[in-house]
Design a protein around this ligand. Sequence first.
Ligand code: ADP
Length: 259
Amino acid sequence: SLSNDVLLESRGLTVRFGGLFALNELNIDVRNGEVLGLIGPNGSGKTTFLNVISGVYSASAGKISLGGIDITREKAHNISSYGLSRTFQRSRLCLSLSVFDNIALGAQRTLNNGLWHNVVQRKAFAAEARKIAEEARELLGVFNTALPDKLFDPAISLGMIDRRRVEICRALIGKPKLVLLDEPSAGMTHDETDQVVDEILGIRKSLGGLTIIIVEHEMGLIERVTDRCVVLNYGKKICEGKFRDVAADPVVREAYLGQ
Ligand code: ADP
């Protein structure tokens, strides 16, 4: 029953930790090309949803499909090769490596293992490495900064906001279909967050067709970047629609007040 407009579909998706239902028979459609905000009080299951669709957790029941392919039982590395990538709340950059190497780690998704290993080891496949460097420069150029010139600087020399940009670029290398952004504002000031918002909008514009799921506490960011929101509470979907509509919904207001 998958329509062409739907990129990711979950049906009856359930994740249990012992007796706790972190996700409880969740049906979510993520449409092609949309920015979907996943919101809800603490502990409502947002991170669990990202983890189960990216293969970090396995589903206790239900089904997930991506681009019409059943990925419910797939391992994380296979799911990423189908075009799903993500960022994490806490930075996962290797600080001793260069910006380029960190971004090339993201390209592992689209290359076979041997090829990727050679790129990182600088052994062979110079053409492949050059292609990645070119794409990395292009992506870094989306952010209106000097980052493209810092491609071979160690990540440790970058400030917080540049590190976040590099992580986003790592998720974007190799043209994924679906990108999961887990709290892109985490650890940043209000101004920095505003900047990242503008940049996410810019990325979306320059990479036509990209679909994004964003988990975020900063409601201003959710309001500005999302086309639609799904609101979770106790692992269930309690509301969906445009941010301003869900934000005004009494059921949603009560869920947030209850926390
Ligand atoms: P959110 O991201 O909305 O804050 P989470 O998805 O992190 O919520 O958590 C949903 C529920 O599942 C919480 O009650 C949390 O304690 C529980 N949970 C999440 N991950 C685990 C885990 N690995 N083991 C046990 N319980 C977990």
